[in-house]
Design a protein around this ligand. Structure first.
Ligand SMILES: [Zn+2]
Length: 371
């Protein structure tokens, strides 16, 4: 098993799949489909998605069975083609490294091996998308459809430190603010100008006052540009804001405030584009599943898994926003997502396989009661 897992992981890491490279993501889908069929005995459906890579879907159990469980993962990575030549897949002392190994190719194998270990009557769907790292635009509706049809969503992203499960993720909003003033010669008639840069600077200062560190609300101006020449009152400016919030209420409050700030002042108009991108995954979404996973870990003689709240987003946010009980971080144990030191602890990651199988089986036998 150990050897098979590592060999399959090498195949997936070697088939590089940067989100923006559709043919590469599809080829990785081909390899994953072959591996998955070999491991589970089930051929996946290949679901074409307009404007993005196809999704792969393994389905087991009777089609109309209630209490279906959704396993969710993605096969795209943030690493450009050729990274695997510079940093090839390597295993040293049970520690695997290589591009995308932790986020989240090892997690895909946890899903496949967990599926292989299940009674074939257990109703479970394993969905693998290919555009998570760029916002899940093409796969969003399909994820929602599968999540709505499930009693619970188990997301196989990499774990937090020490294998911690992820019970909450902040929501993410992104804004582009466009400022339109009036240009004028800065020496001859500056009074005739309406300075878009000055208006933007005022708004930058106002926006950072929306930060509430105790509540985990962050408003970060990230990109800005203004002006045409060194001696012209600038008529245009553009500002980007990144907002993270732990609750739907905070996310909406900040959204309202940003729109309030964008009033016309000093003759400069402000247009706000963008807004809420991913809703927060709040802790109550995961509570019942955390209890279950703790029970199953004890049955398997595994230490009780820790759990943590994180700032980053994943497709778990999409599922949780529908009110579907959702738990994330069930995939690889390791660390360094999106970092060159990304790594996976192979023995600890393989312990996730019986844990995920037990969790799914337990949910099939004793479905969650929704409060
Ligand atoms: Zn990921």
């Amino acid at each position: 098993m150990n050897h098979d897992f590592a060999a399959a992981l090498k195949t997936l890491v070697d088939t590089e799949s940067p989100s923006a490279d559709l043919p590469a993501v599809e080829e990785c889908g081909d390899r994953l489909a072959e591996l998955g069929e070999r491991i589970t005995g089930i051929a996946p459906e290949r679901i074409p998605l307009p404007g993005g890579p196809s999704a792969l879907r393994w389905r087991a159990g009777p089609a109309d069975a209630p209490g279906r469980v959704l396993l969710l993962g993605h096969r795209d990575t943030v690493w450009p083609l050729g990274t695997a030549l510079d940093r090839p897949f390597t295993v040293d002392n049970g520690r695997a490294t290589g591009p995308g190994v932790f986020d989240m190719k090892a997690g895909l194998l946890v899903g496949l091996y967990a599926l292989a270990g299940l009674d074939p009557h257990v109703p479970v769907t394993f969905l693998v998308t290919g555009d998570e790292e760029i916002g899940s635009g093409a796969s969003w509706e399909l994820i929602e459809e599968e999540a709505r049809a499930a009693q619970a969503a188990l997301v196989l992203e990499g774990a937090g430190d020490n294998g911690a499960l992820k019970h909450a993720r902040k929501g993410w909003s992104i804004y582009t603010l466009r400022f339109q003033g009036r240009s004028a010669h800065a020496g001859l008639e500056p009074h005739k100008g309406r300075n878009a840069l000055v208006r933007m600077a005022g708004l930058v200062a106002e926006s950072v006052r929306l930060n509430v560190p105790d509540r985990g609300v962050t408003v970060t101006p990230t990109l800005a540009s203004a002006g045409q020449t060194v001696n012209t009152v600038p008529d245009r400016a553009e500002l980007h804001l990144d907002v993270r919030a732990g609750t739907v209420t905070d996310q909406e409050r900040v959204d309202d405030r940003i729109r309030d700030l964008a009033a016309t002042e000093g003759g400069v108009d402000v247009v706000v584009e963008g807004g809420k991108n991913r809703p927060p995954m709040e802790k109550h979404s995961a509570a019942a599943l955390l209890e279950r996973v703790t029970e199953h870990a004890a049955e398997l003689g595994q230490p009780p898994p820790e759990s943590t709240a994180v700032g980053g987003i994943s497709d778990a946010n999409i599922c949780a926003a529908l009110g579907v009980p959702t738990l994330d971080g069930l995939g690889a144990v390791g660390g360094g997502p999106h970092a060159v030191h990304e790594w996976v602890d192979l023995p600890a990651t393989q312990q996730r396989i019986p844990l995920v199988s037990a969790l799914v089986t337990g949910l099939a036998r004793r479905p969650l009661t929704r409060s």
